[in-house]
Design a protein around this ligand. Structure first.
Ligand code: SAM
Length: 236
């Protein structure tokens, strides 16, 4: 099944703009950067880096970055905006990265895009040095179980955000603002069990709220499950 990312690349670049979209600017960037600053990695591998926004933010902080993404038009944009950066076209499942070569791997809203979670995690974990970290921002499974339905607005009563078929792993088509892609819904246990099976240790978990942006959008965001952040440590 095609992921839709090649056809959606230009719309994605437009939606991110100069700074990033609502969820990045007003929800995830600050707590993600706080963890990076706390763990102080020298080398970061950003898997599913898109048009390179987070790599540029890390490079601005003196971190050596490698960005991996299968969507050629997004890697072209990443290279154009960060000519000295290291950007490579590959899926997480098939990327060839030197073993134990990074202090931290980052998956910033990209695990949901990876069709084969086990193959992807095997390569990601292999790229992290012993004692290094895996930093994840992901759409929560409670959200991806609802995304095909979205907000229901009955004639009477409160809008609802219904969850259905929570335990069934499946591809889910999702479309907004010219982007039309496949995400993969997996129950939370699927991610947790896969990460635990690599011997990783959970060191941080959060469901950060939106803290800025237009108040109506912030309040609507904070009503339902959206993103979570996890940091895992690979045993030394
Ligand atoms: C939601 S975007 C996030 C991009 C970037 N991390 C950011 O936060 O702006 C998901 C990214 O995952 C990439 N992607 C899709 N399938 C992938 C795979 N199998 N392995 C790695 N990345 C993948 C897409 O090309 C896209 O750039």
């Amino acid at each position: 099944m095609a992921s839709g990312w090649d056809a959606s690349a230009q719309a994605w670049i437009a939606v991110q703009g100069d700074d990033g979209d609502f969820g990045r600017v007003h929800v995830l960037d600050a707590p993600m950067l706080a963890i990076v600053e706390q763990l102080a990695p020298a080398r970061v591998l950003d898997v599913g880096c898109g048009e390179g926004r987070f790599c540029r933010m890390l490079a601005d902080r003196g971190i050596i970055t490698t960005g991996i993404d299968p969507t050629a038009a997004l890697i072209d944009q990443a290279r154009a905006l960060h000519p000295h950066g290291d950007y490579r076209i590959a899926t997480a499942e098939a990327m060839e990265v030197e073993a134990a070569s990074c202090d931290m791997a980052v998956c910033y809203l990209s695990l949901i895009d990876m069709a084969d979670l086990d193959a992807a995690l095997a390569r990601i974990v292999a790229a992290i040095r012993p004692g290094g970290h895996l930093l994840i921002a992901n759409l929560t499974s409670f959200n991806t179980a609802a995304v095909h339905v979205g907000w229901e607005k009955p004639l009477l009563g409160e809008p609802r955000f219904p969850i259905d078929h929570y335990l069934s792993e499946r591809p889910v088509r999702t479309a907004w603002r010219g982007i039309d892609i496949i995400n993969h819904h997996r129950p939370l246990k699927r991610y947790m069990q896969a990460l635990l099976s690599h011997g990783l240790m959970l060191t941080h978990f959060d469901e950060p709220p939106a803290t800025g942006g237009p108040p109506d959008k912030r309040d609507r965001y904070n009503r339902v499950p959206n993103f979570h952040i996890m940091a895992w440590r690979k045993p030394a």
